[in-house]
Ligand binder design. Structure first.
Ligand SMILES: [Zn+2]
Length: 269
């Protein structure tokens, strides 16, 4: 019996993706773990004052944890914070950008399937976003394209998805339902979104150069808006749901303000 219980115990490292209340005082915490992919664990009494778990299971927190496998849900027995990424909680734009990546990895993940490259990319993104001072769209583009590539869903950015000709830098189009870029000529007879040359260049650059390259990019508002729209509509076709953080990001960008987040912190709990 003791051996059977022991074999169900596991240690892992993970990022808190979402939280949900359970009963009077418990919480269900969904974590994206390095070792076991997405796991759902019950944190007993996590909503009680003085709970040992509460500080360690905030959204986006990176934790070291011990869990016990259950039939439907695992039970969290220990959690210790590795990184809190404090800037992501104090700035609405950064919060929304982090939420975007978290929703994306949640949408791409299969329960219990470990994808170490994706885990490393997400933690790298959260740290870079936490430390960054510039607008988040180039970073978002880099992490979105990276996660899509890792999972085999990367959009076509080189050839026209309809006629297969090489698309040179210029004003073309983007067809989420076609799987990527559409050349100017094909766009005349198909339903697509406009893709300005600067947005196309930014997509290609962040795809090639990743987060490090994205940190060096400065963009105008028009390009940022178009980039968000392209990625968002493409993601809707891949994960079959809208990235709700995209709306928060749009609002934050529209007002151009970085708010303290007292109200938004609980939005995804
Ligand atoms: Zn074409």
């Amino acid at each position: 019996m003791a051996n059977a219980t022991r074999s169900k115990i596991y240690k892992a490292e993970g990022i808190v993706l979402s939280r949900k209340d359970l009963g009077d005082s418990d919480r269900i915490v969904t974590l994206y773990t390095r070792e076991f992919g997405r796991r759902r664990l019950v944190a007993r009494s996590a909503r009680r004052p003085n709970s040992q778990f509460a500080p360690h299971i905030e959204l986006f927190t990176r934790v070291r944890l011990v869990g016990v496998k259950g039939k439907n849900l695992d039970v969290l027995t220990q959690a210790h914070t590795i990184e809190t990424y404090p800037q992501l909680r104090d700035n609405l734009t950064a919060y929304a950008a982090a939420g975007w990546a978290i929703e994306l990895i949640d949408g791409l993940s299969i329960d219990s399937e470990s994808v170490p490259d994706a885990y490393a990319s997400v933690t790298d993104f959260l740290q870079t976003l936490n430390d960054a001072k510039n607008s988040p769209e180039p970073l978002l583009s880099a992490i979105t394209l990276r996660l899509l590539d890792i999972h085999g869903y990367g959009p076509e950015l080189t050839m026209c998805t309809l006629c297969a000709t090489h698309v040179k830098a210029g004003n073309h189009a983007f067809g989420p339902q076609h799987g990527g870029i559409v050349c100017k000529k094909c766009a005349e007879s198909h339903n697509t979104d406009a893709l300005h040359v600067n947005t196309l260049k930014l997509l290609r650059f962040t795809h090639r150069e990743g987060l490090k390259g994205a940190l060096r990019v400065r963009t105008d508002q028009r390009t940022r808006t178009e980039l968000r729209r392209c990625l968002r509509s493409y993601l809707a076709t891949v994960i079959e749901r809208d990235i709700s953080s995209a709306r928060i990001l749009e609002r934050a960008q529209a007002t151009g303000q970085a708010h303290a987040l007292a109200t938004n912190r609980t939005q995804r709990t």
